[in-house]
Design a protein around this ligand. Structure first.
Ligand code: BGP
Length: 479
């Protein structure tokens, strides 16, 4: 296909992402410091691909210096990861810091800065302490909300002067959707009310941490800001018929606006309150909490965008004896002829970048945002190695180019997007899929002591960062 040359805007960030639990491994973790993910792995290891999980992960805990040299070689200016709440403290009730882990975090931050890489730090990438999950029901508890704020305070006390980019949560909707709505993850309990309460409590926790940051740290560190990483899906109705459009609207309300609206605009959509009442699944809240949410909006947002969501109006009757699920209002729709990533089972549709960019501009006050994740997981990647052992991941280069192309078009039209972070910097552990689908610019060779090797995409990324130019398909979608 004919190619067009693309140019990155000035100061546009090109970075890469990962998280603590997906990379660090359990070195020096104390026995009681399990996170929710660790508990899941311990309790139901059979569902984790080939038995791999968070135990060793990529061993970043011991190999971060080596990895940061790869970041430097690629020319990354920004690296996103998380701090593992369950490991940062030895007493969650009183927020007593684990000095050993805190020291490690400090060393990672210093090593990044020394090598010219800005750390972007998230406070929770599913790493809620397991004991808080078991004792209080995790994010279903308002007490846990307050413990999270205490933890955040300890983190800010130590690192607020070094880190400019902060995030409260990564994808706050995910765990409870898998556990309490769909019951496909441990401990597999369908409970829509719990789903709602987790949604609300995380939104409240976000607001309280934003408040703390703004009141106590922002004035001393003028360049710092705090946001949240959300994973809204760009929803497309099957057709322009009103019933399909309504189905898409309902999906958007329950899964996207559930977090976008209160965190960016400070208010939940009114329709959501009506629907919760109608289906008897309201979260517990009071006016004071709504006021905290209203007054403490994020400074910017990170958006994880991987695939489109397509829905249609229900074609089969909803079983009235099952608990309420938003699917009451829609069914999934598979677009005939869609392009797929067969390993992950996700549709590839790069125009989501443009469509989301325009939406955030028009509906969310054109708030500053960055793409905090986008990427392509591929199984058995070693089959693409050339004679020098370098994975020739041209599919990933094309995936990134096409998504960036559409994102740049959104920026040209005024969307306030400041950067793009690839998921992921190295291959790492996914929930359940473990090392099955590889996402990294840098390969982790499990058969060779987790040896690291740059893939073709890492060289391409390096060139992108140096030249700030790339080529993309001149397809008919692009003007
Ligand atoms: C996002 C998560 C990441 C990462 C990524 C890839 O939802 O924030 O942690 O896991 O998805 O998805 P998966 O690992 O399930 O293939």
């Amino acid at each position: 296909m004919e190619k067009i040359g693309m140019q990155l805007p000035d100061h546009f960030i090109i970075g890469a992402a990962s998280s603590a639990w997906q990379t660090e491994g359990w070195s020096s973790k104390k026995d009681f410091q399990d996170s929710y993910l660790d508990l899941w792995y311990k309790n139901h290891r059979e569902v984790w691909h080939n038995g791999y999980g968070p135990t060793i992960a990529t061993d970043f805990y011991n190999r971060y210096k080596e990895d940061i040299q790869f970041m430097k070689e690629i020319g990354l200016t920004h690296y996103r990861t998380s701090i593992n709440w369950s490991r940062f403290l030895i007493d969650y009730e009183h927020a007593v810091v684990d000095e050993e882990y805190a020291n490690y975090i400090e060393n990672v931050i210093d090593e990044l800065l020394k090598n010219g890489i800005e750390p972007m730090i998230c406070l929770e990438h599913y790493e809620i302490p397991g004991v808080l999950f078991e004792k209080y029901g995790g994010w279903g508890s308002k007490h846990v909300v307050d413990l999270f704020v205490k933890y955040a305070e300890k983190v800010f006390e130590r690192y607020a002067h070094k880190v400019k980019w902060w995030f409260t949560f990564n994808e706050p909707i995910v765990i409870q959707t898998r556990v309490y709505l769909d019951a496909v993850r441990w401990p597999y309990e369908q409970n829509t009310k719990k789903w709602m309460q987790w949604n609300f409590n995380k939104t409240l926790a976000n607001a309280k941490v934003v408040q703390l940051f703004h009141q106590s740290y922002a004035s001393q560190h003028k360049e710092s800001k705090i946001g949240v990483i959300l994973n809204p899906e760009v929803v497309y109705p099957r057709s322009s018929a009103p019933h399909d459009i309504e189905a898409a609207k309902m999906y958007d309300l329950f899964f996207n606006r559930m977090f976008l609206d209160p965190m960016i605009k400070g208010e939940y959509p009114n329709e959501l309150f009506d629907l919760m009442q109608k289906h008897d699944c309201s979260f517990e809240y009071n006016d004071e909490e709504l006021q905290i949410i209203k007054e403490n909006k994020v400074d910017f947002v990170g958006i994880n965008l991987y695939m489109p969501k397509r829905v249609k109006a229900r074609t089969t009757a909803w079983n009235p004896n099952t608990p309420f699920h938003p699917e009451f209002y829609y069914e999934h729709f598979e677009l005939p002829g869609r392009k797929m990533n067969p390993y992950r089972g996700w549709e590839i549709y790069p125009k989501i970048m443009y469509d989301f960019a325009i939406r955030i501009k028009e509906e969310y006050g054109n708030i500053e945002w960055i793409v905090t994740e986008n990427g392509m997981g591929v199984e058995n990647e070693h089959r693409f190695k050339d004679k020098n052992g370098v994975i020739q991941d041209d599919y990933r280069i094309e995936f990134i180019s096409e998504h960036l192309k559409w994102l740049l078009r959104g920026i040209e039209e005024g969307s306030n997007c400041k950067g793009y972070m690839l998921w992921a910097f190295t291959d790492n552990v996914s929930p359940m899929n473990a090392f099955k689908n590889r996402y990294g610019l840098v390969e982790i060779d499990l058969d060779d002591d987790r040896n690291r090797r740059m893939k073709k995409s890492a060289y391409w990324y390096k060139n992108l960062i140096q030249t700030r130019q790339f080529e993309a398909n001149n397809d008919h979608f692009y003007k």
